[in-house]
Design a binder for this molecule. Sequence first.
Ligand code: ZN
Length: 313
Amino acid sequence: MFFQRTLKKEISCVGIGLHSGVKVKLVLKPASAGHGIKLQRVEEGRVMTTIPASSDFVVDTSLATTLGCDGFVIGTVEHLLSAFSGLGVDNALVEVHGPEVPIMDGSANPFVYLIKTAGIKRQVEAKCYMRMTGTVTVTDGDKWARLGPQPPSSNASLSIINHIDFDHPMIGSQSFSFSFADVSYDRQISRARTFGFLHEVEWMKANNLALGGSLDNAIVLDEYSVLNEDGLRFADEFARHKVLDCFGDISLLGMPLIGVLEANKTGHALNYKLVQAALAKTEAWEKVTTGEWLDSSQPSFTVPRLVMGEALF
Ligand SMILES: [Zn+2]
């Protein structure tokens, strides 16, 4: 049996909004079992709206994932949601004191650090998973994303396989395969930063976007090279960041996933389409708690590894 998780205590940070360029305070708070991840837009101390991190509340996926409710939006939620999803945190309330979640260093690692610093608490209620039994595919030209069941012989958990292909000497064709059994989300995924091309950054700034964007919070490439002085954190940091984004995007399913996600050249928009298609195709999945399902089927189960040797059971 695997149990729901929340934070041990409240924790906060301040960072810059990527698109707005404004300073934003973020407060992560524990929440009761069954609460899920919810974000609150706070203005001058007043809660304007509370938005569940679910696909029903996605209002834009063009530059980042934006959630909206009651006429208020919260932008750039994807890396924070990725950190919760990658660490298996089911329940939290997040105050966002501004229009978007701060970009921090362009990866999910600062959020992982915050969550680890607050501590992760096991709750008494069992986790409820969405377990794929069939396949769901979405396509857009040569881009595609597919959700399917785990092969019967493998550990019953989540795998993410991501392929990218950029006509750029520093990127080219890259793939990264993640499974909780083999790869540490914390060390090998969460540190991978978002990336962009200099001509896009210049265009965005000219159009009042990415006002907070800098070499401190993104990998920026010109035609031939990486402009960041310290270079890359991983040779395949680009593909790893796409896996990081997938963690955030699939958390919009509203429950942790047991299955295989394979994505080719996708971004937030197509990943979101996949989430919507999967939720609509109810014959392709079932809701399970690990206890009841483990007893009757596969021999082992892997879930997000906690940090510092914290017990999983
Ligand atoms: Zn990203």
